[in-house]
Design a protein around this ligand. Structure first.
Ligand SMILES: [Zn+2]
Ligand SMILES: [Zn+2]
Length: 142
């Protein structure tokens, strides 16, 4: 998908993004689970622009990343890899969620027993994911 728009639950923060990847991943890591209330469904975008930025808050969840949400309604909007400048937008915040398809699950060794996704998707443990996509601790993808 080239460009897409989205917004938080109350509408105080909206965004447009370019080069939106329609194949997204689900992260089962402990931070995403607490932040999202379950697995985090997020997808890579470029050129994201926010409107209502005064209502946008961020939480620095690690040395290399922050998570963005609406100050008014609490909707989780993105995970931002700071060194790489990469935004991963929460799939559920897009205005048209029908274009998205789950492509893989990561940190599957942290997934609770009580739920899971259907389908025969590629699954990566934390160690497998870090070895495949991340170099060092700076969050830069290979
Ligand atoms: Zn809101
Ligand atoms: Zn995660």
């Amino acid at each position: 998908m080239s460009a897409a728009s989205g917004k938080c639950l109350c509408g105080a923060v909206s965004f447009t993004a370019e080069a939106v990847k329609t194949r997204h991943h689900a992260c089962h890591c402990g931070m995403c689970r607490r932040w999202a209330g379950g697995a985090l469904l997020a997808t890579a975008v470029e050129g994201v622009r926010f409107q209502g930025e005064e209502n946008l808050a961020t939480y620095r969840s690690s040395d290399w990343a922050e998570r963005g949400f609406c100050k008014r309604c609490g909707t989780n909007l993105f995970y931002h890899l700071i060194p790489a400048g990469q935004y991963m937008m929460c799939v559920g915040s897009f205005d048209d969620p029908t274009a998205f398809k789950l492509a893989s699950e990561i940190f599957v060794d942290h997934r609770p027993e009580g739920y899971g996704f259907t389908g025969d998707l590629p699954q990566y443990t934390e160690a497998e994911f870090m070895a495949k996509y991340v170099t060092g601790g700076d969050g830069k993808t290979k």
